[in-house]
Design a protein around this ligand. Structure first.
Ligand SMILES: *Cc1c(COP(=O)(O)O)cnc(C)c1O
Length: 409
């Protein structure tokens, strides 16, 4: 971990955020006549100083900075440069401290969510293959696993790319060399020449983690042209802490970009997906026609709230790296407790040892039980699995009655 990410007191958070806000434009005090933006409607949202002075996040929401564009490229909208600098710091903390990018610089931005961040990655690589390798749309394929998030299918549909999904091992939920090689060979026969590979750092339904080496070995053995993205929408704020020594980081040269969602395990407000990519790639998603935006627009979204970046920065800074390890440690302990109970009760389940998701076989769970405890199925008609996601609010106190209902069956 570098020194960039450190634990800060509430006073320090306040100082940093208020000083950033003071560097943004002030619609009340300055003549700002040309942008279609203002503070939140003051007939509805309380802008009383005594209410806002201790609330840096709410103050940011009220001042409503727009973070349109990408702020790691050097030049961006000068109206909101204070809070944009905070977003830049969020990108650095995530890429360097959490995902081991070291001193290297990265591009990235706070996207609407994991869906957008995954699509942004696929968009960048699609354009890269088309521009640099003269590829046609039909030459390019998305490759992921059958446990990957449905955002890959959305991206395939919107960006007009075929999606190839490799089956996973039913027991380990990991990708396997032979089936992957078979799938890639099939794709090559179907005319695919360039591959956008998405590797999972914890899947949505199982919390399973793909062995990235299986992907890179299969691709390299077949001498295929590829770019590799890691989908850490769920796991990005968990797995790097539960398994420090892992291959799904920027320490691995095969990884070009990573998605993380702060609105899942980091408990940030919705609208806090994070897209991170090595330098010299994001310009493949540059929209030249975005001429009224100062700097560049290399993002999929247009206007977006700067309050989201501030929220992530505050959460990371309040906890600090040690606090984050402790948070994950507690969730790991609780998850282990669930597994011990299920073993004793002989309820079959899948759990990756470094994950906080426990996915139980539906055969042991009635619809009523699932409803009472808010268990989520893999599919709504005729489910095969139900999962427990061990979040901050999923305490032993709330878990015990579920285990007791298994006991009494
Ligand atoms: C949740 C999730 C996504 C999509 O994220 P949104 O923030 O809902 O758009 C993508 N991939 C994985 C693995 C996820 O868990």
């Amino acid at each position: 971990m570098s020194e960039l990410w450190s634990k800060k007191s509430h006073e320090e958070l306040k100082d940093t955020v208020f000083s950033a806000l003071s560097e943004n434009v002030n619609y009340t005090k300055e003549p700002i006549l040309g942008i279609p933006a203002s503070y939140l409607d003051d007939k509805v949202f309380n802008q009383d100083d005594s209410f806002l002075q201790n609330a840096p996040f709410i103050s940011t929401l009220v001042q409503n900075p727009n973070h349109i564009g990408c702020h790691t490229l050097g030049k961006s909208e000068s109206f909101f440069k204070g809070t944009q600098a905070i977003e830049k710091e969020v990108i650095r903390i995530c890429a360097s401290d959490i995902l081991k990018g070291g001193e290297e610089e990265f591009d990235g931005y706070v996207a609407s969510g994991g869906t957008e961040a995954n699509m942004q990655a696929i968009w960048v690589y699609r354009n890269y293959f088309m521009r640099v390798h003269n590829a046609e749309l039909s030459d390019i394929a998305i490759v992921c696993s059958s446990d990957s998030h449905y955002s890959m299918d959305k991206a395939g549909n919107i960006l007009m790319l075929d999606v190839f999904k490799t089956p996973v091992n039913e027991k380990t939920r990991d990708v396997e060399y032979d089936s992957l090689t078979g799938l890639l060979t099939e794709a090559v026969s179907a005319g695919k020449k360039h591959f956008i590979v998405v590797c999972n750092m914890m899947t949505t339904m199982f919390g399973s983690v793909d062995t990235i080496g299986t992907y890179t070995k299969a691709l390299n053995d077949l001498k295929l042209s590829y770019k590799l993205h890691v989908d850490g929408a769920y796991g990005g704020f968990y797995y790097p802490f539960s398994e420090e020594d892992n291959q799904l980081s920027f320490a691995n040269p095969a990884v070009t970009s990573i998605t993380l969602d702060a609105h899942k395990m980091a408990q940030a407000p919705y609208g806090t997906g994070i897209f991170l990519i090595r330098k010299n790639h994001i310009h493949y998603a540059h929209t030249e026609e975005a001429s009224y935006v100062e700097g560049e627009d290399c993002t999929m979204i247009g206007s977006r709230s700067g309050a989201n970046a501030v929220a992530i920065w505050m959460i990371l800074s309040k906890n600090g790296p040690h606090g984050w390890f402790e948070k994950v440690y507690v969730l790991q302990r609780r998850t282990l407790w669930i597994c011990e109970q299920l073993d004793r009760l002989e309820v079959p389940y899948y759990r990756h040892p470094k994950s906080n998701i426990v996915t139980m076989r539906a055969s042991h769970i009635t619809k009523e039980l699932a409803q009472t405890y808010g268990l989520v199925p893999d599919k709504h008609d005729n489910p095969s699995w139900y999962k427990i996601v061990v979040m901050d609010h999923v305490t032993l106190e709330k878990l015990t009655p579920l285990m007791q209902s298994f006991d009494s069956e």
